[in-house]
Design a binder for this molecule. Structure first.
Ligand code: PGA
Length: 250
């Protein structure tokens, strides 16, 4: 059985104090479920605070990015070794903002996926097409390339989470229809099957991201191949994120 994962991507929002306040407000609002994993990806500077305030709770904390080297002369970067040492469990790799604004390529991201796994954490590899690519009928080709190349150095039997995030749905309020999302997820799972076999394809959680809100989460999450959400804007408010978590029981 695949784990249903509800993940918050806080992007460059929240100071450590604000992050702590969020956790205090959020925790009492969530109902319990065994098959659910809740993850929060705060900024790197909030990681120590978040790990401390969530340590007795069933919440996984991850980083939004890392370098692919364990150490070296890379001024301003964060090492996967340090992130793992702090106690983080996962790292987002290849969010569309990293691809578009910071020029991260598939082959560069493949090295990060490997590094995150090497330090015992789960990479959450993000893939997704732009509106122009969707309009040109290239959705499947684009996400297949991102998946294959992103995983080209990975241990395919190791820890791995995939997030499908159509670029046109991120932060726009334009959510993919449940059918559009399901079709993309099913396709990604078939590519995973080819790459890594049935077991990995069946067990790997593939999350949907892009304008997930309290009022659309249940419908999107009910699709067969959708195993959770990566939530941006709506994860910043404890009530909204808790509602998404609570409606997400499959
Ligand atoms: P959004 O962001 O929910 O605000 O669309 C999703 C993401 O960027 O991961």
């Amino acid at each position: 059985m695949r784990t249903f994962v509800i993940a918050a991507n806080w992007k460059m929002y929240k100071t450590p104090h604000e992050a702590k306040r969020f956790v205090m407000e959020f925790l009492p609002l969530i109902t319990r479920s065994l098959h659910r994993r809740i993850m929060i990806f705060p900024t790197a500077l909030c990681l120590p605070t978040m790990l401390e305030v969530t340590k007795d709770h069933n919440l996984d904390i991850g980083a939004q990015n890392c370098h692919f080297q364990a150490e070296g002369a890379f001024t301003g970067e964060n090492s996967p070794k340090t992130i793992a040492d702090l106690g983080a469990r996962a790292v987002l790799v290849g969010h569309s903002e990293r691809r578009a604004l910071f020029g991260e390529t598939d082959s560069y991201l493949a090295q990060k996926v490997k590094a995150v796994q090497d330090f015992g954490m789960s990479p959450m590899l993000c893939v997704g097409e732009s509106l122009a690519e969707r309009d040109a009928g290239q959705t499947e080709a684009v996400i297949e390339k991102q998946l294959r190349e992103g995983l080209s150095k990975a241990d395919l039997q190791g820890r791995l989470i995939i997030a499908y995030e159509p670029v046109w749905a991120i932060g726009t309020g334009k959510v993919a229809t449940p059918d559009q999302a399901e079709k993309a997820h099913k396709y990604l799972r078939s590519v995973l099957h080819e790459l890594a076999g049935e077991n990995v394809a069946t067990q790997t959680s593939i999350l949907y991201g892009g304008s997930v809100k309290p009022n659309n989460a249940a419908e999107i999450g009910s699709q067969l191949n959708i195993d959770g959400f990566l939530v941006g804007g709506a994860s910043l408010e404890p009530k909204d994120f808790a509602t998404i978590v609570n409606v997400s029981i499959k």
